[in-house]
Design a binder for this molecule. Structure first.
Ligand SMILES: *[C@@H]1O[C@H](CO)[C@@H](O)[C@H](O)[C@H]1NC(C)=O
Ligand SMILES: *[C@@H]1O[C@H](CO)[C@@H](O)[C@H](O)[C@H]1NC(C)=O
Ligand SMILES: *[C@@H]1O[C@H](CO)[C@@H](O)[C@H](O)[C@H]1NC(C)=O
Ligand SMILES: *[C@@H]1O[C@H](CO)[C@@H](O)[C@H](O)[C@H]1NC(C)=O
Ligand SMILES: *[C@@H]1O[C@H](CO)[C@@H](O)[C@H](O)[C@H]1NC(C)=O
Length: 592
């Protein structure tokens, strides 16, 4: 399956990807090891090559393999234990996953080289039937015994019977100290899954006999709840209460994700939760000491995923740090990227375009660029002639910033990984069509995702955390990020994560200057018309197909009497947002 092309030989000490930028030295806070130690990744979304345009996050999965080995050696030398955790959304969001056919074949091969002790599914593993089946037939067997699915079932593609996606829970003891652990693996109350899978609401699952029995087991030193669930969520509160109501003395360790943020929750003196960011930017570290005492000590650290940090925490230099296996994995990633032509350059971005680091609308906003340039220049269905169109896009359709410089095949999938196309309804009165975006943006009470509603959020997931007011990690309304001023001997601080969580402001390993964050609307719109100065009477109401249910509901509020199921049609057949964006870049962003 893997097409191995000719590749330059890599010097033995080299790790990370050949084109990755060198790490920038920065002041670091160390790791505080304990009796039981964890490394945690979540929401990696295919970024196993690391960030090739951002030095702070430029280490790759091969470096992480080396790192986990080095940390394991270190803690085991002290008689302590290490567990490696991943909490899902490993798929969708990077060329390494999305640009192969079938999708994900390189990723699953690369992932398996990290010995992961416990892992779960995210929502992205379940949107499409063939993605969840690939999970069932490849990833779960690759990590046999370690993958847990407490609340997910799948219709077995062979027998058609409904079966657990993976075992419901796992009881095991740690290697060196024999700590007795009962582990669960949950997904939040997700409703957008494909109909060959079933996600049981967490609140139902915890009433099941198997769960009730598992938490009544007295021979347990630690309950370990991992999941693709925000650490501050009703789902984790419910699990915490269920366990605590019966087992008031047993420590509970949660690992979570989904919101793409660094976060740490303290439920009580013996129960905490860690969320470790997104996109291989962060490797979460957590240790517990005094497990059997009345006051266990939890220490957390959000590690920036770059070689400067990883070598520092391992206590090893450039030569001592990488393991042979880690180097092999870095090479496998490089070969995979090469086979997929991910470095192929389609154009050159003249400047940085940001999702949330600048105000919307503004010149440096990726959304302003989309509505004022990409859509206006490129959205056109030949069969509609010069009929003006009002196009609506949800901001969550865009997944990452664009950096000045080469816009590659990889960038294409990083910015717009989804396969959504466009649909439209014709002859919609313009004055009513215009109201729709306002409704989608200004009336969150109509369209917010209540539990069990069929609606998926429209804005990027990072903002969900923000709008729920559960993260205070964001400097709002400040100026464009910039280098912190130099003072005395202090090293210059690089802008980056400055996390504030339930344990304070000292969680990040790297001391950074803060980055500003601005709220973006749920949706943006663009009027695409041959004559920009004429106000049309009617328009084609065009939207990304992914948000049809939202648009249909908002249209009703705007007084439109349209049956979207019957009256909408495909706009620009076989054109996805990703294709549209790429075509625009190829035409307009020539490299000098
Ligand atoms: C699922 O099907 C689509 C459409 O045929 C294909 O592009 C994709 O690669 C498939 N994904 C997997 C994981 O097989
Ligand atoms: C399941 O979803 C597929 C694809 O969207 C659809 O064709 C099929 O009718 C659905 N089946 C059921 C039982 O709803
Ligand atoms: C690394 O790759 C080399 C060459 O393919 C192979 O001989 C070696 O066994 C691999 N080492 C590990 C630890 O996987
Ligand atoms: C926005 O960009 C345009 C074109 O590049 C430029 O003419 C204009 O001055 C910029 N506006 C601001 C506020 O920077
Ligand atoms: C564009 O619309 C304006 C305002 O309705 C009108 O005056 C003008 O003639 C139109 N231009 C073209 C080229 O149709």
């Amino acid at each position: 399956m893997l097409l191995l092309l000719w590749l330059p030989l890599f010097p033995s000490a080299l790790a990370a990807q050949p084109s990755a930028p060198d790490p920038i030295p920065a002041p670091l806070r160390g790791l505080e090891f304990g009796q039981l130690n964890f490394l945690h990744t979540t929401d990696t979304h295919g970024w196993l090559a690391g960030h090739l345009q951002e030095p702070s996050y430029a280490a790759d999965w091969g470096d992480y393999v080396s790192f986990a080995t080095r940390i394991r050696e270190k803690v085991e030398a002290r008689g302590q234990d290490l567990l490696v955790i991943d909490t899902g959304d490993r798929v969708e969001g990077n060329g390494l996953y999305d640009s192969s056919e079938p999708k994900g074949v390189y990723i699953s091969e690369i992932l398996r080289h990290q010995p992961i002790d416990l892992l779960t599914s995210g929502n992205h593993e379940l949107y499409k039937q063939n993605t969840s089946e690939a999970e069932f037939f490849t990833t779960i067997p690759n990590f046999r015994g370690n993958y847990i699915a407490s609340n997910i079932d799948i219709f077995h593609p062979g027998t058609k019977e409904l079966v657990p996606l993976a075992p419901r829970y796992k009881k095991f003891t740690t290697k060196l100290q024999g700590i007795r652990i009962t582990a669960f693996g949950f997904l939040f109350d997700f409703t957008g899954n494909n109909n060959r899978t079933v996600v049981q609401p967490v609140e139902e699952t915890i009433k099941e006999d198997w769960f009730q029995e598992a938490i009544r087991d007295k021979d347990v030193d630690l309950f370990l709840v991992i999941g693709h669930v925000p650490v501050k969520s009703q789902e984790y509160q419910a699990i915490f209460r269920a366990i605590r109501s019966l087992r008031w003395g047993v420590p509970i360790q949660f690992f979570g994700g989904h919101l793409h943020i660094r976060d740490y929750a303290r439920y009580d003196a013996k129960a905490v939760g860690l969320a470790s960011g997104r996109f291989m930017e962060t490797i979460g570290f957590l240790s517990i000491d005094g497990l059997s005492t009345s006051t266990p000590v939890f220490k957390r650290r959000y590690i920036d995923n770059n070689l400067f940090s990883l070598r520092h925490h391992s206590g090893l230099d450039e030569d001592g740090f990488p393991t042979e296996q880690g180097r092999n994995v870095s090479r496998l990633i490089a070969e995979s990227r090469s086979a997929l032509h991910l470095d192929e350059v389609h154009g050159c971005a003249p400047r940085d375009l940001w999702m949330s680091r600048v105000k919307y609308p503004s010149n440096d906003s990726i959304y302003t660029w989309l509505e004022s340039q990409v859509l206006v220049d490129s959205l056109k269905d030949e069969s509609r002639g010069d009929t003006p169109a009002l196009a609506i896009l949800n901001t969550g359709a865009i997944r990452f910033d664009i950096f000045q410089g080469p816009f590659t095949q990889d960038t294409t999938f990083i910015v717009s990984p989804f396969t959504s196309g466009f649909r439209y309804v014709k002859d919609v009165p313009y004055d009513q069509a215009q109201l729709i975006v306002g409704i989608l943006n200004k009336q969150p009470q109509i369209l917010r995702t209540p539990r069990y509603s069929p609606f998926t959020p429209l804005a990027p997931p990072e903002q969900l955390a923000y709008s729920n007011d559960i993260v205070a990690d964001l400097t709002v309304g400040a100026s464009k990020p910039q280098q912190a001023p130099l003072s005395g001997q202090e090293p210059e601080l690089i802008p980056g994560y400055t996390t504030k969580d339930d344990a304070g402001t000292d969680g990040d390993d790297t001391v950074h200057s803060p980055i500003s964050f601005y709220r973006v609307p749920n949706c943006i719109q663009a009027l695409v018309a041959a004559n920009a100065s004429a106000v049309p009477e009617t328009v084609d109401l065009v939207y990304i197909d992914f948000i049809e249910r939202h648009v249909a509901l908002a249209a009703k509020f705007a007084g439109l009497d349209v049956n979207f199921a019957q009256e909408s049609e495909v706009y620009m057949p076989s054109m996805t947002l990703t294709d549209l964006l790429l075509d625009w870049v190829k035409t307009h962003w020539k490299c000098e």
